[in-house]
Every structure is written in C-alpha cells, then in structure tokens.
Design a protein around this ligand. Structure first.
Ligand SMILES: [Zn+2]
Length: 299
C-alpha cells in the first residue's frame, strides 16, 4: 500500500525569472492529505490560491502556466516534474512572483532541496488516475499516444536536424530512483539565435548559459558541455512527467510521445480528463485489480 505524502518541512529556493528578470522566491510547504498541489501568489494582497487541475493549466510553446483568469504563474513544468518524480501528492507552492525560476534548466536543484528536508507520510492512500482505454492526439508533426498499463511508462522520441541532437529516444518506467538518477538532471535547451531574438523583443528579460543548454549551428555553447549525450530527450521525459502531473494526480498508463511539446501534452491530458478516459484508483484497489487480472490469465 502506498500512502500519500508531502514535504516534511518548508523547502525554499530562489532564482531569476527568465520572463520578468526579477529574483523570485518559491516555498514548497507541507499540506494535509487529499489537498493536492496548490499554488499561491504570495506576492499579491490576499495571497490568492489556485488548486492544480487540468481545467486551469495551459500549454504554450515553451512553458506551462496555471491561471484562473485572475492570477497566473508561468513555467510550472519542471517544479511539477520534481513533485511527480518524488511522489509528493500534497503541497502548497508559495510563489513570490508570476513565474517559477528556471534555475539550471533541470529539476535537479529542486529535487535535491526536497530530498534534504525529507517526506511526511499522511494517513490516506495515494490516489492516481488509471487510463481506461487508448487515446491519441496529433498536432502537426507531434504525436502523443496513451495505452492502458499497470504503471507509468513513458517513451519519447525527438528529431532535430542538428549535429549534436539528431534523433534521440528514451524509455522510462516511473520510479523515484530512476527519476533521480536518469531524468532529474536533464536541462532544457534553446537555440542561441532564437533566445537573442526573444530577448530583443523583450519576451525574455533574464536567462543565460546558467539556465539552459544553449546551442548554435555547430554545437553547445556552455563551457561544461552536456551532462549526457542524450540530455535533450531525457529533458523531454522530464517535461512529460511534469505535464502529466497537471492532472492533479499521477497517471497509470503507457505514454508514447514523438516530437511532442507542452501544448500537445496539456491538450491531451485535458481531453483524457474531460472525455471519460480516466478512473480514479487508490493504490490498494489497483493492486487487487492486477492480482485479479493475473489470476484470470494464469487459469
Ligand atoms: Zn522543460
């Protein structure tokens, strides 16, 4: 049986917001069982809150945001990836600004801070969504498919016509150890020309080589190079893990993504949520389900 958990005590981090250029503080605070992931704009009067659900998230080209129409917090995906990867069911995310700092472009700095403080187990069983039937969504060249399974498995494939990226694929089965070891450190990347263009237009006010892998036509501009040769596709897995958590709970399904991005991921989970594809299960019920299935097969 798996019990719900939250952070054992408040976890704090801060960094520059790439959109606003401001130094932004974030606090991940403990919450009780069944409260889910709740965001708070701690910098605004009255400290308004939004509970994470597919109804209030939006996938953009390079980011995911949460908004209820009144307040917005952008770039939530890597933080959500860390919470999903470390199986944090309940937490209050206090944000002193309108975006989550990009930090080093991966989930690792957040993961490390959460691990330092530890976890608190709560007196309720973990709930997840189990996929009932297959689903697929296509958006231009991007494609994402979902199949029923007994645990979360993610297969991702990317293809960039670039000497150091090319075609990369990665198969991941959700476990905290695999997430920590193989995925959490993978950084996001950007093309130098595109970043400069966005900075000139004023879309980006912050951001540097310390927030992402930056590449030009020939190679990587960061002095330290890549953390693994396939860091790009590992980051795609990291992003998918974060985007799936916008369901508000973990998903039990096999996910196959090809040339996919945040917008497609978020549109897909909204359809799963609204279209009756999901069934909420407690971990205990799920175990019974699979034992029953296995018995039937063995007979
Ligand atoms: Zn990302």
């Amino acid at each position: 049986m798996e019990y719900q958990r939250t952070v054992a005590e408040r976890v704090c981090f801060e960094g520059e917001g790439i959109f606003t250029g401001q130094e932004i503080r974030v606090e991940i605070c403990p919450l009780r069982e069944n409260e889910g992931i709740v965001f708070e704009r701690a910098d605004l009067p009255g400290k308004p809150r939004i509970k994470l659900s597919p109804e209030v998230v939006y996938g953009l080209d390079g980011a995911v945001l949460i908004s209820d129409g009144d307040i917005t917090i952008t770039l939530i995906e890597h933080l959500l990836s860390a919470l999903h990867g470390l199986a944090i069911d309940n937490a209050l995310i206090r944000v002193y600004g309108e975006e989550i700092p990009l930090l080093d472009g991966s989930a690792f700095p957040i993961v490390r801070k959460i691990q330092e403080k530890g976890y608190l187990y709560l007196p309720a069983l973990r709930k997840r969504y189990r996929l009932k039937r297959p689903f697929e969504m296509i958006n231009g060249v991007g494609k994402i498919q979902f199949f029923p399974a007994n645990q979360l498995k993610i297969f991702a494939k990317i293809n960039f016509d670039h000497p150091i990226i090319g075609e990369q694929s990665y198969a991941f089965t959700m476990s905290q150890i695999e997430y920590l070891r193989e995925i959490s450190f993978a950084r996001t990347f950007g093309f130098k020309t595109l970043l400069e263009e966005r900075r000139q237009k004023g879309i980006l006010k912050g951001g540097s080589l310390s927030n992402a892998i930056v590449i030009d036509e020939k190679g990587v501009l960061n002095e330290e190079g890549l953390r693994t040769p396939d860091e790009f596709v590992r980051h795609k897995i990291l992003d998918i893990i974060g985007d799936l958590y916008c369901l508000g709970k973990g998903l039990i399904a096999e996910v196959q993504a090809e040339a996919s991005g945040h917008k497609l991921h978020i549109d897909a989970i909204k359809t799963l949520y609204r279209g009756g594809y999901l069934e909420e299960v407690e971990t205990r019920a799920l175990t019974f389900f699979w034992v029953k299935m296995r018995k039937r097969v063995n007979r």
